[in-house]
Design a protein around this ligand. Sequence first.
Ligand SMILES: Cc1cc2nc3c(=O)[nH]c(=O)nc-3n(C[C@H](O)[C@H](O)[C@H](O)COP(=O)(O)O)c2cc1C
Length: 158
Amino acid sequence: MVAAGHDPSEETHTIMAKILVIYHSDTGNTEKLAKLVAEGAESAGATVELVKAGDFDIDAAGAADGIALGSPDYFSYVAGEVKIIFDRIVYDKRFHGKPYAGFGTHGGGAKVLEVLEHLAHSCKLEAVAPGVLVKNAPEGEDIDKAKALGKALAEAVG
Ligand SMILES: Cc1cc2nc3c(=O)[nH]c(=O)nc-3n(C[C@H](O)[C@H](O)[C@H](O)COP(=O)(O)O)c2cc1C
């Protein structure tokens, strides 16, 4: 039923993709990277929420159009808080095929992104682009790469 005087052809459709940028960070490096990914996604028109891995809400993430996940390298693996997320979503169909972008920081070992991408693939998340890996805090070209990753995620869901 169309209301009297309402012309549907005059409607403007704004697609507001919702993206969650979920990360763990103890000393701030991964948080800086998360903020850059968020900035890139916002620049492409997405609505973005930064979420600490410890505050992960499976329903909010399941309802999001896309998720970015970031972790520091802890003992050549993801941080425990991030691993718990994968343990929880692995059999949840809301995450199967969901657009995803991964990012990580390390102190010289550089293994975390490989682990992150493996876990994401195992959980059937759909990587929109290769992840971004940074030694310590992002600087120089890391900044552009992180923003480009967020933008790619927003464009994939948009
Ligand atoms: C418990 C712990 C284990 C770590 N293990 C590694 C490691 O195996 N390889 C590595 O390259 N860096 C390792 N690091 C260094 C961190 O990955 C690096 O400093 C990271 O950027 C910290 O991120 P954050 O500032 O977001 O907490 C470790 C740090 C901590 C606290």
